[in-house]
Design a protein around this ligand. Sequence first.
Ligand code: F6R
Length: 364
Amino acid sequence: GKGNHAHFMHKEIHEQPTVIGYTLHRMIDAAAGRVALSDLNVDLSAIRRVQLSACGTAALAALTARHWIEGLAGIPTSWDVASELRYRAVPMSGTELGVFVSQSGETADTLGAMAQAQSAGAHTLAITNVAESSMAREADDVLLTMAGPEIGVAATKTFTCQLVALACLAMAIGRARGVLGEARESAFVQALSEVPSRINDILGREQQLVTLAETIAPARNVLYIGRGMSHPLAMEGALKLKEISYIHAEGYAAGELKHGPIALIDGSMPVIVVAPRDALFPKTLSNMEEVLARGARVLLFTDAEGAEEADRPGVESFVMPAIDPLAAPLLYAVPIQLIAYHVALQKGTDVDQPRNLAKSVTVE
Ligand code: F6R
């Protein structure tokens, strides 16, 4: 049941500290400060390219992981949504690792893309939340997320658990290839193990997000922007908002704004800026200035120092806990989910069962 929560989605958002903890427990050796994916058969040192694919929110987890795999394992990494990948003639071979991410393990397009990669000779790895699923059965290797059953149609806790698995996979590839130093690995493992308590801190300040949602709820269009790993998060924020509140939203790479979408900006278009204080923060800040200059109201997600630096008329900030930028997507996912939830609640839409959507898409 939903316990004392009004919706499954709310319960599942609040379960994240616990289920991220379970997933981490399976994939890291916290005492040693190392990743420990003992379930894998594949020889990761032999991999020359990684192909990531999935649908919807799972695809956005995979897109986030491209940054981790390139950055920590130094290996070429491609990404495409499964409905496209499966019909493209992507050259693959036995030195290719195909990583397919799916909560349900039953999504038709993801299964199709995985089968195509398998027949092209790639080694396939499924990241799924359902041990008995078709994907878990058919993949050469499986990493199980420990999110528990997700009932709300909008994916929340399974997304952050997928991020945990993908971050650990990136470290495992980096280590197998001898390019990830021990210090870097233990710093990232440490940051990941701090995620559950940092999320609890965010959940404790949910009331602030309810108030911020009131400024979004009347909008007809919302733009989310971010750079680097915050770009897929901007897309995930937009996806959550459109699917449960029916507000049109776009997630854009902040640097692409001036190549078109900035034409849309006026005082009626809120812009949500996802900007952890990483190396790209100053660049995102200058994109924020550009939308402010066109009259947009800005909702900014950043940490305390970032909020101070970005303090300007027209900017409302939600102050995030400080975290190693590598682990930021796991934290920044949470207020993005809660904003969508509270906007939907304020609009009175059906949060757990949005119109036209099914929890598991088993036809293409
Ligand atoms: C969005 C959402 C969908 C799913 C997508 C893939 O909130 O839930 O976009 O992420 O249908 O589903 P799985 O992960 O089961 O393959």
